[in-house]
Design a protein around this ligand. Structure first.
Ligand code: GLU
Length: 494
């Protein structure tokens, strides 16, 4: 599409709460669409609901956007030629737009009280009228009279005038196809409330029109608002953008994603240790697939290949297991040093194993630990439990009861530990390879299976039977500690 050069999309969160996964995916799609088309990605803060919008939430949303790596070309902090990017700063713009529509006869003042509206609705119900919306009572008040009533201070709302004979309003949705709405049912809906604030359907269109938004990508909970918004575009004389309503995100039980399903906000995922790249990768595939196969899609690929043609209209299922799998893929693709620097060491500090700003070991030790733990980790904080044995005092290491029963309290265990002491004491160059070379001959020498020899050693040093390779494990623990722990474990061995 050559017109892609001019694509302008926006993500317009309301700061009434944190950024949730659904919003995050909407933001990702807008960002990716802008990047893939060479367009502009705009962030706008829809803070017109004063009772529920807070600065704190705005800051949380901005932080979440930055953590997701979704850089915006226009909006808070970066500015742009189409400001303001905060709806509360646009109130005069909305008022001016609404009054212009009134002056042009495309909107009108309505003086109906809530009581009158309720009585009209009840009457329509009793008449069994299929249309129970606004009865257009004020639509034909003479404009001069209406103005006089406004000037006299009578409370009013402003309603859009759905043109007579408008017929069906068809939303040409890039995801859902054509969706038809009957214009009559749209009502002459309110665009300005009696308290002087614009309604969502009006403010959003005024902003989208003045910002030159070409494509509106948002959740399909807004699909039913769209015919009304089209009415506003038409009244304003602004071109209607392309709409793409993306499906809801459901939990694995098929219900709308909520707290019951676990974490829902972006920062909960960040704090749980997910990597931004993996999280963006996972969310981007909830409803979009470049080829139906790939599960790992780099940010670069997303930013170059995203297209609305491959967005599904079916609800997407958020499956934490798949997210963990993808996070693991990203961790496993890191080299050992990166894993040590970006995952392991920060986690060791966070767990309090090492004092802030200090490293108790040399770089080679962390690299070795990274190499040992990386293949066994799908989420950063998992390294904490796995590395804990390396930070225990030898005399205080706790033994897992089951492992003791299974491997230490068994005939032959004592013999295996004695042989290990002898073999290990002779190792000079304390490396995984040298340790393995020293231990390798023992099963044959003792006439025992490998498990019967190596598992008691592992339990003695780690406290449980689960650990990386025996050579790495012992190398990391250090020779003196290994020998001391084996001595201690002999008391439990038969
Ligand atoms: N502020 C609205 C919301 O968060 C924006 C909806 C839209 O994209 O039009 O739901």
């Amino acid at each position: 599409m050559s017109e892609n050069q001019n694509v302008r999309v926006r993500f317009a969160p309301s700061p009434t709460g944190k950024l949730h996964v659904g919003g995050a995916r909407t933001a990702i799609y807008n960002w990716a669409f802008a990047r893939a088309t060479g367009g502009t990605f705009i962030l706008r803060i829809d803070d017109t609901d004063p009772t529920r919008s807070t600065d704190e939430n705005t800051q949380i949303i901005l932080r979440a956007m930055r953590w997701l790596g979704l850089d915006w070309d226009e909006g808070p902090e970066v500015g742009g030629d189409y400001g303001p990017y905060w709806q509360t700063e646009c109130l005069p713009i909305y008022r001016e737009a609404a009054e212009r529509l009134v002056a042009e006869g495309k909107a009108y003042y309505c003086f109906c009280t809530p009581e009158k509206l309720e009585a009209d609705r009840k009457a329509a119900q009793e008449r069994k009228d299929t249309f129970q919306g606004y009865q257009r009572t004020c639509r034909n008040i003479d404009p001069a009279e209406a103005q006089a009533r406004v000037d006299a201070g009578e409370p009013y709302t402003i309603r859009i005038k759905v043109p007579d004979g408008r017929g069906d309003v068809i939303v040409h949705d890039a995801v859902h196809g054509d969706v038809t709405f009957n214009a009559k049912e749209l009502d002459d809906f309110i665009i300005f409330r009696s308290d002087g604030t614009p309604t969502y359907n009006f403010a959003t269109v005024v902003d989208d029109a003045r910002m030159g938004i070409t494509h509106i990508i948002r959740g399909d909970d807004h699909l039913s608002n769209t015919p009304r918004q089209i009415m506003v575009y038409e009244a304003l004389g602004a071109p209607t953008p392309v709409f793409a309503h993306i499906s809801m995100i459901l939990g694995t039980d098929g219900k709308k994603l909520s707290k019951r399903h676990g974490a829902t906000s972006v920062e909960e995922y960040r704090d749980a240790g997910y990597l931004s790249d993996a999280f963006v990768n996972y969310l981007s595939l909830l409803g979009w697939a470049p080829d139906g196969e790939s599960t790992v899609i780099s940010r670069e690929r997303l930013a170059s290949e995203f297209s609305l043609d491959h967005v599904s209209k079916n609800p997407a299922i958020m499956d934490p297991k798949k997210l963990d799998f993808i996070n693991g893929e990203y961790l496993h693709a890191m080299d050992d040093q990166t894993f040590a620097d970006e995952v392991l060491i920060p986690q060791l500090h966070a767990a309090g194993f090492e004092p802030a700003g200090e490293c108790l070991h040399d770089a080679a030790w962390y690299d070795l630990l990274a190499a040992a733990l990386k293949p066994r980790t799908t989420l950063g904080p998992q390294v904490v439990d796995q590395a804990a044995f390396l930070y225990e005092e030898d005399a205080e290491l706790e033994y897992d009861e089951k492992s003791v029963k299974k491997w230490l309290a068994k005939t032959g265990a004592r013999e295996a530990l004695d042989a290990a002491t002898e073999a290990l004491a002779a190792v000079e160059d304390w490396t995984p390879e040298a340790i393995e070379a020293a231990l390798d001959p023992l099963p044959e020498k003792l006439g025992m299976g490998k498990g019967k020899v190596f598992q008691p050693i592992r339990v003695a040093v780690v406290g449980s039977a689960a650990s990386p390779g025996i050579g790495e494990t012992l190398a990391l623990a250090g020779k003196d500690h290994v020998l001391a722990r084996i001595e201690r474990a002999k008391e439990l061995a038969l």
